[in-house]
Design a protein around this ligand. Structure first.
Ligand SMILES: *Cc1c(COP(=O)(O)O)cnc(C)c1O
Length: 379
């Protein structure tokens, strides 16, 4: 098949300078002794893991955090040299890949620890691992009550080295400090349990973005922010936490594909959920829920066209969305449409779309699908 000569006019722009600026602000927020793991799982929250990791590595990121072994492999194949941590550990059968791609996994399952130990032995290597303890999230991690037993078995595996201890907060963005304080106390107990076995790992980490903002005593030797690196802030950190003035890294754009004048009383889109109440100019935009603009934005969201806010009308469909551009002076086919981003004094943030769709900004940016090309801007 011949290459497509011109891409569809729906795209994401990633500002690498905003990314660098956010990274610097987080670095300045942290104590200089604390290392920083840039969490780049899920394709860097939809922002492009390889390009973002390269920029962050050049900026001095100490570690990269991914969810999956597959994601770690992508970074290694792109030439990322700094340590890559698998936050979710690895799945049965993947221990050889963990060794081959030099990834450092979270470990919390005995059978997987044995699998990794065997793979390391076969490769003639000592593999670094970080033990994950469940301090109150109830998700991955060894139960605190099993910690001493688990760790004393792990330290007997001769091809593994316990180089870290981690946990994860469930509520660091809450205005109530109680759950986080409780988790910190449990995390400290886990650290003590390791210490009694003579194990004092170099990397002690529990702080996500919200905790980088709000809980300096949780920073340990390594902080793991994700969302804040991408400039997501409003629904990421507690309302009362100090703002760092982060910049949104991602913007979402399209262009008017088709424009037509319709009479008052015209039904629009599937289910006819909108009917014009005046003679209207209706623009069709080539973006839909298969691109990550959610159906929840039907008759709810808005976009920016020629410096004017224009409402989404009717249902968002798979590939197409309608916008009422009656009030946009001089509107023409091909005009740029900003769905996330700033233009002529207006701004739409991922947090705004999240609020309208009753979700969080994380889900909005991760949900922008692979069929939307990413353009990396580095002014
Ligand atoms: C995703 C993730 C993070 C980063 O969380 P943010 O809220 O995006 O800062 C940190 N640690 C773990 C274990 C995670 O899964």
């Amino acid at each position: 098949m011949n290459a497509i000569r011109t891409e569809r006019p729906t795209w994401v722009e990633i500002s690498l300078s905003a990314l660098r600026s956010n990274f610097k602000k987080l670095r300045q927020r942290l104590d200089p002794a604390v290392s920083l793991m840039a969490v780049v799982k899920a394709n860097a929250y939809g922002h492009g893991a390889v390009e973002c990791s390269r920029a962050l590595e050049a900026e001095g990121a100490d570690w990269f955090g991914v969810a999956l072994v597959e994601e770690g492999r992508v970074l290694r194949e792109a030439g990322i040299k700094r340590p890559v941590f698998c936050l979710g550990g690895f799945s049965p059968g993947q221990a050889r890949d963990v060794i081959e791609f030099n990834l450092t996994p979270a470990v919390f399952r005995w059978d997987l620890a044995e699998e990794l130990n065997s793979a390391a032995e076969a490769a003639g290597r000592i593999a670094d691992i970080h033990i994950k303890v469940d301090s109150g999230m109830g998700r991955l991690g060894v139960a605190l009550t099993d910690m001493a037993e688990f760790a004393s078995a792990i330290v007997k595996l001769r091809n593994l080295r316990v180089d870290g201890l981690l946990s994860h907060f469930s509520d660091a963005d809450s205005t109530s400090e109680e759950p986080t304080n409780e988790q910190l106390a449990r995390f400290e107990e886990a650290r003590q349990a390791l210490h009694s076995l003579g194990v004092d790992p170099k990397w002690v980490h529990v702080a996500n973005s919200a905790a980088v903002h709000s809980y300096p005593r949780s920073w340990g030797t390594l902080a793991r922010p994700g969302a804040c690196i991408y400039g997501l802030e409003r629904d990421v950190i507690a309302e009362t936490a100090p703002r760092l003035g982060l910049k949104p890294v991602l913007s979402l754009h399209s262009r008017i594909l088709y424009l037509k004048k319709v009479p008052s009383g015209t039904p629009l889109g599937y289910g006819r959920t909108f009917r014009t109440e005046r003679e209207s100019m209706v623009a069709t935009i080539p973006i839909g829920y298969a691109d990550g603009l959610r159906r929840a934005h039907s008759n709810r969201g808005s976009v920016i066209v020629r410096g004017t806010r224009a409402p989404i009308v009717g249902r968002v469909s798979m590939d197409l969305t309608l916008v009422d551009v009656t009030d946009v002076a001089g509107v023409s086919p091909g005009d740029e449409v900003v769905l996330i981003g700033a233009s002529s004094g207006h701004e739409i943030r991922a947090e705004d779309l999240a609020e309208q769709a009753d979700t969080i900004s994380y889900e909005i940016v991760c949900g922008i699908s692979g069929r939307v090309p990413r353009k990396f801007m580095s002014e």
